[in-house]
Design a protein around this ligand. Structure first.
Ligand SMILES: Cc1cc2nc3c(=O)[nH]c(=O)nc-3n(C[C@H](O)[C@H](O)[C@H](O)COP(=O)(O)OP(=O)(O)OC[C@H]3O[C@@H](n4cnc5c(N)ncnc54)[C@H](O)[C@@H]3O)c2cc1C
Length: 177
């Protein structure tokens, strides 16, 4: 809800959908952006990357330097809000420390065609090498696999058919998908 009223309604259980709450992040962000643009009071620069903060004095921040396709630019504002996620440039430059938890594993998110015989249930398959989480959606099944920490590059470069072979070998329970 926004103080102007309801700006987006996400049904918990749409007819024919799976009974799980999966928030559509991209849609929520698009809705917030549409509302902000409709106000006529913002200028959107995209794609762009915040590079560093501009300081009026060591304590006072007056803007940011950002990079877009044309190069580096400066933007000034009475208030700078950092919402740039877990590797926030703004937080780092403000000197705000964060106690990051270092996981010894990573999450590989896959999707598969949903077999017609798959019953509507979320399943967790435990295995000594990791585990698999299966999340049914109307036509697809989300597959979450625990893999080695820092293996993102390895998985992202693997061709689709090899992912299938690797995950099957690594987690025998995956075979029924
Ligand atoms: C696979 C996965 C599943 C998850 N599932 C859930 C769940 O079921 N429930 C739940 O509550 N949470 C879940 N989370 C966690 C949730 O997504 C995060 O906690 C949340 O998105 C953090 O929000 P944020 O606004 O701080 O950062 P983000 O959502 O990461 O947004 C940061 C934004 O800043 C942009 N950005 C970063 N650096 C810069 C820069 N230098 N310049 C400009 N822009 C920049 C990024 O592109 C991004 O758009 C999940 C996360 C992952 C990865």
């Amino acid at each position: 809800m926004h103080y102007y009223g309801c700006i987006y309604r996400a049904p918990l259980l749409a007819p024919g959908s799976s009974p799980y709450l999966v928030l559509p992040h991209a849609k929520i962000e698009r809705t917030l952006l549409d509302q902000a643009l409709a106000s006529g009071q913002i200028k959107l620069i995209q794609p762009a990357k915040a590079v560093n903060l501009i300081r009026r004095s060591p304590e006072a921040i007056s803007g940011i330097r950002y990079q877009d396709e044309q190069g580096i630019h400066e933007a000034y504002a009475p208030l700078v809000v950092g919402a740039d996620g877990h590797k926030s440039v703004v937080r780092e430059q403000m000197g705000v420390e964060v106690a990051a938890y270092h996981y010894d594993h990573a999450y590989l998110g896959l999707e598969a065609q949903r077999p017609t015989h798959y019953e509507n249930a979320m399943r967790v398959h435990l295995h000594p090498d990791g585990g698999i989480l299966l999340m049914p959606r109307p036509d697809r099944v989300g597959v979450g696999v625990l893999v080695a920490a820092d293996s993102a590059n390895y998985w992202l470069k693997l061709p689709h058919e090899k992912i299938d072979v690797e995950v099957n070998a690594y987690h025998y329970d995956y075979a029924f998908i």
